[in-house]
Design a protein around this ligand. Structure first.
Ligand SMILES: *[C@@H]1O[C@H](CO)[C@@H](O)[C@H](O)[C@H]1NC(C)=O
Ligand SMILES: *[C@@H]1O[C@H](CO)[C@@H](O)[C@H](O)[C@H]1NC(C)=O
Ligand SMILES: *[C@@H]1O[C@H](CO)[C@@H](O)[C@H](O)[C@H]1NC(C)=O
Ligand SMILES: *[C@@H]1O[C@H](CO)[C@@H](O)[C@H](O)[C@H]1NC(C)=O
Ligand SMILES: *[C@@H]1O[C@H](CO)[C@@H](O)[C@H](O)[C@H]1NC(C)=O
Length: 476
């Protein structure tokens, strides 16, 4: 008896090693799973320990694993975690990280000399989107002389605007890289411009200043003119990049991050406008999702729509540590789209539910027994999941991006929660403050925006690699 009992007792006393379990009919169960995954996300963050750099998850390659912009994606994810669950556990560390990365020059937000060499416009813009989300959610501003979140978002917008105005090729459009001497200044990529449009649309909503909305319209027109946003009758395709010499040599790679950041910007414009302008944005949203959903949720086995990053899960190049972050950014952008453009809600909710069920099924690895995998789409036979969830070396792709993606899909199930924070404007913030709510953000319920777009880095660096072999002009 003793002998057989002993291992059992040890198993009970040891660390719990169990796959993530969620009862999808229960909001409490979803929140509890989100709490576990949020903990696992933050277990990768060492920036609040002595000797580490706050705001980022280690140094970028080759010394570390993650590029600078992924820090912005992390904080946008954790702000959304707070927004949808009300759990403030990680707020202080998010605040410290964002303030530290803002850097020393308050006139030029998020331009720390550590990162300006090699900075791309989408990288910089992602930090602006994190600040914008903080403003929209009424996240408490940093104490002391630090600028407010909205001032930071406006500062990043101004920097992008100046760079756009300095362009002498392609009649506009932001280049990938910030510095004219960087390899990649000769590329104009969708993501940098989608981030600019997204930030402009949100600043228009938040401040009521029409100049921002004009920039969003102008950027949409530019993307359409060069063909990065391509109309096929009733469908709209979102492509990846053109060269700054030719301007129409569209690379047609399709990445969820590009479509997501653009859609979220369009949803803010739709929500902010009225009449004919609003109908135009509505058509754009419908026509982008009609095509993009077919790319990113292509699976109907068991009648399920499960998110895939088609380009790297099924395409010619493997997913990499940057592209791994795209799903989460896309999902959180879709959650905001569902809120701001309610006519998309049913389509989006169904995809969140199917994808969340699939995602949780592969949160069953690592020493914790609940580390999430990257690939969610499975053969009809779920047994095969290990075989497909591999990187080039045959390792299961666990890590920070897989956890952030899983957290994002769970949060997307909570968009209808009454407590989920809305989209502030400078007026509602002033009203809250005068009522003594101090930075609260349960303002009018409407509006939020999530700053997710994320990152630039990925698409772009991939693009640079591709450029070496010459641009692949692609027709969808
Ligand atoms: C860093 O933040 C985490 C929360 O993510 C917290 O648990 C931990 O105690 C903090 N560490 C230090 C040294 O402050
Ligand atoms: C810049 O690098 C220095 C030296 O590693 C570090 O102490 C500082 O925290 C970094 N600042 C930012 C904003 O990354
Ligand atoms: C909101 O911001 C805009 C632009 O900065 C400004 O013109 C407007 O007066 C602000 N509204 C309030 C209530 O502060
Ligand atoms: C494009 O948008 C228009 C206007 O909403 C709609 O009538 C049309 O069906 C959309 N096309 C597709 C393929 O969804
Ligand atoms: C704008 O967004 C709010 C908040 O989600 C929503 O309640 C409202 O219906 C949206 N407006 C329109 C015109 O759809």
């Amino acid at each position: 008896m003793y002998i057989t009992m002993l291992p059992l007792l040890l198993a009970c006393a040891g660390p719990v090693s169990a796959a993530l379990q969620v009862d999808f009919s229960s909001t409490d169960s979803i929140k509890s799973a989100a709490k576990d995954v949020a903990f696992d996300v933050m277990s990768f963050y060492k920036g609040n320990q002595s000797g580490e750099i706050p705001g980022i998850v280690g140094l970028p390659p080759p010394s570390g694993q993650y590029y600078w912009w992924t820090g912005a994606a992390l904080w946008s994810t954790m702000l959304d975690y707070w927004r949808y669950t009300g759990d403030e556990t990680y707020n202080a560390v998010a605040l410290e990280g964002l303030v530290h990365q803002n850097g020393p020059d308050l006139q030029h937000p998020f331009m720390s000399p550590n990162w300006t060499a090699g900075m791309s416009n989408d990288d910089h813009g992602f930090w602006g989107l994190s600040a914008m989300l903080a403003a929209e959610l009424g996240f408490p501003n940093a104490p002391g002389d630090e600028p407010s979140w909205i001032e930071l978002a406006q500062g990043v917008f101004r920097a992008l605007e100046e760079r756009y105005l300095a362009q002498t090729t392609c009649d506009g459009g932001l280049p990938l890289q910030v510095a004219p001497t960087d390899n990649g200044y000769n590329i104009k990529n969708t993501l940098s411009n989608a981030v600019f449009l997204n930030l402009g649309a949100r600043l228009a909503r938040y401040t009521g200043d029409q100049t921002y909305a004009e920039w969003a319209e102008k950027t949409w027109d530019w993307l359409s003119t060069v063909g990065l946003v391509e109309h096929y009758g009733n469908f709209i395709g979102v492509h990846d990049r053109v060269s700054a010499e030719i301007c129409t040599d569209v690379n047609g790679d399709s990445w969820t991050v590009n479509a997501g950041v653009l859609l979220e910007g369009a949803a803010h414009m739709y929500n902010h406008t009225t009449g004919d302008v609003q109908s135009t944005w509505r058509t754009r949203i419908r026509n982008i999702t009609a095509l993009e959903f077919a790319n990113s949720f292509p699976f109907t086995h068991d009648d399920q729509w499960i998110l895939v990053e088609y380009k790297c899960e099924f395409g010619s190049e493997p997913c990499n540590p940057e592209t791994h972050f795209y799903k989460g950014i896309y999902l959180r952008a879709l959650a905001n789209t569902a809120k701001l453009a309610p006519f998309t809600r049913d389509d989006i909710t169904r995809r969140f539910r199917d994808s969340a069920e699939a995602a949780v099924k592969v949160c069953d690895g690592g020493t914790s027994g609940r580390a999430c995998g990257y690939k969610w789409n499975m053969d009809a036979n779920w047994e095969k999941k290990r075989a497909v969830d591999d990187d080039e070396e045959g390792e299961r792709m666990e890590g920070l991006p897989a956890e952030m993606n899983a957290l994002s899909v769970l949060l997307g199930l909570l968009v209808d929660e009454p407590a989920s924070k809305g989209f502030a404007t400078n007026e509602t913030v002033i009203k809250d403050e005068s009522q003594g709510a101090g930075g609260g953000s349960d303002n009018d319920g409407e509006s939020q925006g999530n700053g997710n777009g994320e990152s630039v880095g990925t698409t772009t660096r991939v693009a640079v690699g591709w450029m070496v072999g010459g641009l692949v002009a692609a027709v969808f």
